[in-house]
Design a protein around this ligand. Structure first.
Ligand code: NCD
Length: 315
């Protein structure tokens, strides 16, 4: 499928070939530099209803490096949402101001809804404003997954054949859902480390089963650290817990220290979508296997590639 004017809502909307196409464009940009005229005169709206550092700033940096301008808000405070404006009305309005909309929202499905709104608008003769999901509730975070896969490829040279362990809040962690769905398109082994009440949702597990992925569930990092090629740590998603007591029971459960890494392969790479709370002790940052800041850096080429493909017709 063409990328031009395409919504980026779920990683499940993309084939492996399409993802690899994005990686190739990103790689080209890293190698040859960004074409600062490609999106001249275009405007990208960044609607962030939830906190963000990396996603918002890397989208903004990516847009700037291609010559596009950004308009944005960060937090619904200060917007008409506080007066009771619906998401529909905000999207209908912003679609008049921008050529693409990046949205992060606390509700699962908000990005799909926003994409439907701009599609309906296009059916009435307006131009289609593509919607990019910057994280919707506990559902998905597809652009994070693209940069995660790009990072795995960059650090290991392949994805097929690897053992990838995901650790932490697999229930509420949207980055893990999107990553697991994407890994289902490769032939890797998956290890899921979480307390029972925070294990991967069953819809993800059945998908991985249907793809014939060897996937096992574990309670402790020690059970998987020796075989992992990628250890993907995540934060316990405090804000998604319906009950603070439940959060308190699991906080601080997983922590990677220098000692943990003693059992890891020298070629293992430690990843984390960030922000970290206490899952990775700071003295691990200097270990050659720590890759999370490099991973965060990959947000710019990946998001620039996506903007170039969705708005600039690059393929
Ligand atoms: C993640 C998110 O927002 O889901 N952050 C990010 O975009 N890198 C991870 C998290 O908040 O834990």
């Amino acid at each position: 499928m063409e990328f031009l004017n395409r919504d980026i809502v779920s990683i499940r909307d993309f084939s492996r070939e399409e993802l690899e196409n994005v990686f190739a464009v990103a790689r080209g940009m890293e190698k040859n530099g960004y074409d600062a005229t490609l999106l001249n005169g275009r405007r990208i709206a960044l609607l962030f209803y939830e906190p963000s550092t990396r996603t918002r700033l890397s989208f903004q940096a990516a847009a700037q490096s291609l010559g596009a301008a950004t308009i944005w808000f960060a937090g619904a405070e200060g917007t008409s949402v506080m007066k009771g404006e619906t998401l529909k009305d905000t999207i209908e309005t912003v679609a008049n101001y921008a050529d693409a909309i990046v949205i992060r929202h606390p509700y699962d499905g908000a990005a799909r809804w926003a994409a439907e709104i701009t599609t309906r608008r296009a059916a009435k003769g307006e131009k289609k404003v593509p919607v990019i999901n910057g994280g919707d509730g506990r559902n998905e975070h597809p652009t994070q997954t693209m940069l995660d896969l790009y990072t795995i490829l960059q650090s290991q040279g392949r994805i097929d054949g690897l053992t990838i362990a995901m650790v932490g809040d697999l229930k509420y962690g949207r980055t893990c859902h999107s990553l697991a769905y994407a890994l289902g398109m490769y032939s890797c082994r998956i290890r899921l480390v979480a307390p029972e009440q925070l294990q991967m949702p069953s819809h993800v597990l059945s998908y991985l089963g249907s793809r014939g992925i060897e996937c096992t569930q574990h309670a402790a990092i020690e059970e998987v650290i020796g075989e992992a090629d990628i250890l993907y740590m995540t934060r316990i998603q405090r804000e998604r817990f319906p009950d603070e007591n439940e959060y308190n029971r699991v906080r601080g459960l997983y922590r990677v220290t220098r000692k943990t890494l003693q059992s890891a392969k020298p070629t293992m790479r430690l990843m984390h979508p960030l922000p970290r709370v206490d899952e990775i002790s700071v003295d691990v940052d200097d270990d050659a296997r720590s890759y999370y800041f490099k991973q965060a850096g990959n947000g710019v080429p990946i998001r620039a590639a996506l903007l170039a493909m969705v708005l600039g017709g690059i393929s």
